[in-house]
Design a protein around this ligand. Structure first.
Ligand SMILES: [Zn+2]
Length: 278
């Protein structure tokens, strides 16, 4: 199993960080978690693509985590030579999101159906709304969901992927909570979205300080990892994006609370979970 960070960024546009998205490469295929800005550009660099995703799993419906859903929906359709509906798993509201995305794309769908003689089917998705428990199984791969706490954004979920005795957890956006703890128990890798509380407080803009009450800080994420026996912590969704040369500050803040491996994500960071980690 591999973890490939497709986008390590946040809602703030950044020249080198795409929006939040993580690819988990398994024997069942590529599982895509969230689909922020630029996801298909990064997927192409990772040797994947819209037509190859075994499933798309959404942690929540905040725009930065779903901004390129329409690109996946359309590209999977126009680049397939037979109907290839996209399996999508996400919290309540996901089915409506897919319906509305299709509605938004209706003019384009009409243009392409009229223009391409061999394209005789519409784009499609198979949506499963999830809250907790096992949501996906294929061969030796199992994905489990649990509720997280990103209030007032509700509902939100985190995911755990298990394969061959190895495990990866995708936190999504959340403050520390029981649901995330449950997913993290003895996990090999925790991919956790974080914000830097100290820097955001220094900047002092109310629009930015507002985000502190529904995100985990770096110490919060490190404490979640330590409390649950995680082997390696990957910090992603970095707000504000690290200024080059300050990466050690993020790692130092985490290492005060978590003694094992900590990695600061960059786009296309790839971890082989089957090998000895790092
Ligand atoms: Zn969010």
């Amino acid at each position: 199993m591999q973890v490939i960070i497709l986008g390590s960024g946040s809602p703030l546009p950044d020249p080198v960080r795409a929006g939040p998205s993580t690819l988990i490469r398994t024997t069942a295929g590529d599982l895509l978690f969230d689909c922020g800005r630029g996801v298909l550009m990064r997927a192409a660099a990772a040797g994947s693509g819209a037509g190859m995703f075994r499933a798309l799993l959404l942690t929540h419906l905040h725009s930065d985590h779903i901004s390129d859903l329409n690109d996946i929906f359309t590209t999977r359709w126009v680049l397939s030579f037979a109907p290839n509906p996209l399996p999508v798993f996400g919290p309540d509201g996901t089915a409506a999101l897919l319906r509305d995305t299709e509605k938004m794309l209706e003019p384009d769908i009409g243009y392409r159906l009229a223009h391409h003689g061999d394209l005789t089917w519409r784009p499609d998705a198979i949506v499963t709304e999830v809250d907790q428990g096992v949501v996906f199984e294929d061969g030796t791969v199992k994905v489990t969901a649990a509720p997280t706490d990103h209030a007032p954004v509700r509902p939100t979920v985190g995911f755990r992927i298990d394969e061959g005795g190895r495990s990866v957890v995708i936190s999504g956006d959340t403050v520390p909570c029981a649901g995330l703890d449950e997913l993290c128990a003895d996990a090999d890798v925790l991919v956790h979205t974080v914000v830097r509380r100290d820097l955001i407080e220094q900047i002092g803009l109310p629009r930015l300080t507002d985000v502190l009450d529904y995100h985990s800080s770096v110490p919060d994420a490190a404490q979640t990892a330590a409390r649950n026996g995680v082997r390696a912590l990957v910090l992603t969704h970095l707000v504000p994006a690290p200024i080059p040369g300050t990466e050690h500050e993020w790692l130092d803040q985490a290492k005060e609370h978590f003694q094992d491996e900590v990695v600061l994500a960059t786009d296309l960071l790839t971890l082989d979970v089957n090998a000895d980690l790092f």
